[in-house]
Write a protein that binds this ligand. Structure first.
Ligand SMILES: NC(=O)c1ccc[n+]([C@@H]2O[C@H](COP(=O)([O-])OP(=O)(O)OC[C@H]3O[C@@H](n4cnc5c(N)ncnc54)[C@H](O)[C@@H]3O)[C@@H](O)[C@H]2O)c1
Length: 378
């Protein structure tokens, strides 16, 4: 992963071929992609698609002057028909339950694809996509961008460098605001989102696999809807999404991992905290403060040995999104893979495995029992 490019880099890169992007689904997350793509040199947004006019208008506003040149589509067929003349890559930022059907025709093209997380809402659909992606030459990337938050990336780097010795435990805490309102309120129901443990927590399940460099064996999740959405009704229907949970995941290399999610903690100063403990030290990082703390093990009566560091993120990159710069760095890496200056870092297989962990957690919370990964794949 590279750090933010300065204006100097923009000039240096000006000889590169322009990559033409299309956006499928132009709601909230697409605006974040637009703002970040505008920061990257030799990239142009040439085409946008959404069935809803207000979302298309939102994208045009975010595009500013560039909106004059963009082709607007209300359906995928016309966008694909025209793709050979105006597109190199697409970003799918439509609701979770639409990803599979949108991917089917796109995977028959040679477009580079970044599909927002979660890859799909079910293991069956995600498995189907993994099969279809095989033997495809173009880049296929799943938008699991928490790997790309700089403080998190540096935290992972320290673990890889064995600053804590041998990793034995990992905790991930997210204490945040409730789910935002979405176009058509799709995120209020498990059937559309896959459930909170898939929709939201696939990011954290992906981080767990990425950090432990191992595969999950079993999941226990205690979770439910306790505070949010209780008074909401959509055509008389009550939302069924989890708003808080504790999950414990055992990995096959013996590392124990914990996820603490609370979505009615918007008053919290920090939104995420990751804590890794090894046989030599404890390492933590907090977002948004970006403070990384390494606490060495010392004899009980000896003075504490603590090293603190602030990991900063460029102000333009921070301002372009609400994911602490992650969208920018992820897009930068996706574009490098397209240019063959890098490789695909978050594969369809990664997308599938994160969903499997989320599905296991959803079943575990509902049925109040331990669920094995083998079981959800059976
Ligand atoms: N990476 C992240 O951290 C992150 C953050 C937020 C959202 N997301 C993901 O981005 C995707 C979009 O979420 P959002 O928050 O922007 O939702 P949103 O509701 O704000 O936007 C979704 C848009 O997709 C459009 N749409 C609906 N059906 C469509 C179809 N068949 N084809 C094309 N467009 C369609 C809707 O009209 C809407 O404009 C979801 O998959 C979500 O999980 C990822």
């Amino acid at each position: 992963m590279t750090k933010y490019k300065s204006q100097g880099d923009k000039t240096r890169q000006s000889s590169k071929k322009t990559i033409r992007f299309g956006l499928i689904g132009t709601g909230m997350m697409a605006q974040e992609h637009i703002r970040n793509l505008k920061l990257i040199p030799n990239v142009e947004i040439t085409s946008i698609m959404d069935p809803v006019d207000t979302s298309l208008d939102w994208a045009k506003q975010s595009l500013g002057d560039q909106s004059q040149k963009v082709t607007v589509h209300h359906n995928l067929d016309t966008m694909i028909d025209q793709a050979s003349s105006d597109l190199d890559a697409v970003i799918i930022a439509s609701p979770n339950h639409t990803h599979h059907d949108i991917l089917l025709p796109l995977l028959k093209t040679d477009l580079h694809i970044l599909c927002e997380k979660p890859l799909c809402t079910t293991i069956l659909d995600a498995k189907d996509i993994v099969e279809r992606v095989k033997n495809r030459k173009a880049v296929f990337w799943v938008g699991m961008e928490y790997r790309y938050m700089l403080p998190v990336a540096e935290f992972i780097d320290d673990i890889r460098k064995k600053k804590i010795g041998r990793l034995t435990r990992l905790s991930i805490i997210e204490h945040r605001f409730p789910f935002l309102k979405k176009v058509g309120d799709w995120n209020r129901f498990n059937r559309n989102s896959g459930g909170t443990m898939v929709e939201k927590c696939c990011h954290f399940f992906d981080l767990m696999r990425y950090i432990t460099q191992s595969e999950p064996v079993r999941v226990f999740c205690s979770g439910g809807v306790d505070v949010n959405h209780l008074d909401e009704r959509y055509n008389g229907e009550i939302p069924d999404i989890i708003d808080n949970s504790y999950s414990v995941v055992d990995f096959d290399n013996g590392i124990r991992v914990m996820l603490d999610l609370c979505m009615f903690a918007e008053g919290s100063e920090e939104q995420e905290e990751l804590i890794a403990i090894g046989d030599k030290a404890k390492l933590s990082v907090t977002i948004p403060s970006g403070v990384k703390t390494l606490s060495h093990r010392v004899p009980v009566d000896a003075p504490k040995r603590i090293e603190r560091q602030h990991v900063s993120v460029d102000a333009d990159v921070l301002a372009a999104g609400s994911h602490h710069g992650a969208t920018y760095y992820q897009l930068d890496s996706f574009i490098k893979a397209i240019r063959k200056e890098g490789t695909t870092e978050v594969t369809a297989e990664d997308g599938l495995k994160a969903i499997a962990m989320g599905v296991a957690a959803e079943i575990s919370a509902r049925e109040k029992r331990v669920v094995t990964i083998k079981e959800v794949f059976a």
